[in-house]
Design a protein around this ligand. Structure first.
Ligand SMILES: [Cu+2]
Length: 341
């Protein structure tokens, strides 16, 4: 009977039971509170009803009572706060080695690009039992990527990346909804999440016509002339991008920022906002010249040359050295180390 009339969506990710447990706790607390208040209303109405000969007395209150009804709710709220914070941080912190998938939202569809090169629309194929991280952006208005069975929902914004992650626990097909009103066809902006067994997934992910996303990015990098300024062999007019991802970058205005996906994206679309220290501000903006998919490919490419290679001349070495040993740093002839001396 309850199976035909489910009160909760299916639980299909590691987040699901955590969110549900907290939610059930909230329901129980609210239910008990409502019961207590109702009972007291009825009891007091009967107990202190108007009767001939009995008059109301003025009372001055009771400190013990007031402290009790302040402290007990306070403790209950603190439990909710702490518990909620734990679940929230778990949900907001993608594991470092998660499989990465790029999502581009537009009115009114979801476009998905896998690092391996597979592309799909309004569908997302993922393996069961693995961490998956979605790097999402929108090419028009605000959308929201909502998978009820996984208990995750995250706004997808134009002009920047937002991230969400999950670990699917059961093969199957689950609903995907846009959960932020985004125009007339908003209700049609739905899709499905297809969770596959690892072997099925491997067959699916390797069955596509496209090369890896980073290879597409490498091609765009050459076509747009990025490679004329950003060179890995000799000193170019721009910084060597090998090893930049995930590292701190010193900016012209004195700030130090971490080179995450949003930083790379901003460098490409709005280079004026964050100038790297020690370089001429000659990088042109590529706003309008590249679409969201191409930006994703470029970001995937820059990330790939940051994680795979660590040649002696690469920046990884220079950056690691800069923290500890200035002499070693001087020996590393990259533009980065020259800047920092
Ligand atoms: Cu939408």
């Amino acid at each position: 009977m309850l199976n035909n009339f489910p009160l909760w969506p299916e639980q299909a990710s590691t987040m699901a039971h955590r969110v549900d447990a907290l939610y059930i706790f909230l329901l129980i607390v609210a239910g008990l509170m409502a019961l207590l208040v109702c009972t007291l209303i009825i009891y007091f109405a009967a107990r202190y009803r108007r009767r001939p000969g009995i008059r109301a007395e003025q009372i001055e209150g009771s400190n013990a009572l007031e402290i009790t009804w302040s402290v007990i709710p306070f403790l209950v709220f603190m439990v909710i706060f702490a518990w909620g914070a734990v679940v929230y941080f778990k949900e907001r912190t993608p594991p470092a080695d998660a499989t990465e998938v790029y999502v581009v939202a537009k009115q009114w569809m979801w476009k998905v690009e896998h690092a391996e090169g597979q592309r799909e629309i309004n569908e997302l194929h993922v393996p069961v039992g693995r961490d998956v991280k979605l790097i999402m952006t929108s090419q028009d208005v605000i959308h929201s990527f909502f998978i009820p069975a996984f208990r995750i929902k995250q706004d997808v914004l134009p002009g920047r990346y937002t991230v969400e992650w999950f670990h699917a626990t059961k093969p199957g097909t689950y609903h995907l909804f846009c959960a932020e009103y985004c125009g007339t066809q908003h209700s049609g902006m739905v899709g499905s999440i297809v969770v596959l067994e690892p072997a099925q997934y491997e067959a699916w992910i390797n069955g596509g016509p496209n090369g890896p996303l980073s290879a597409t990015g490498e091609k765009i990098f050459a076509e747009l002339g990025c490679s004329t300024c950003h060179r890995s062999d000799v000193q170019g007019r721009g910084p060597n991008l090998e090893g930049v991802f995930g590292k701190p970058v010193q900016l012209e205005d004195g700030r130090t920022v971490t080179a995450d996906e949003n930083y790379l994206r901003e460098c490409i679309l709005d280079p004026g906002s964050k100038r790297v220290k020690g370089f001429q501000p000659i990088m042109p903006t590529f706003q309008g010249l590249v679409n969201e998919e191409q930006v994703n490919a470029l970001v995937a490419y820059i990330k790939s040359i940051s994680t795979l290679k660590s040649a002696p001349s690469s920046r990884t070495t220079a950056r690691a050295a800069s923290a500890s040993d200035a002499n070693e740093q001087a020996a590393t002839h990259t533009n980065r180390s020259q800047v920092q001396q």
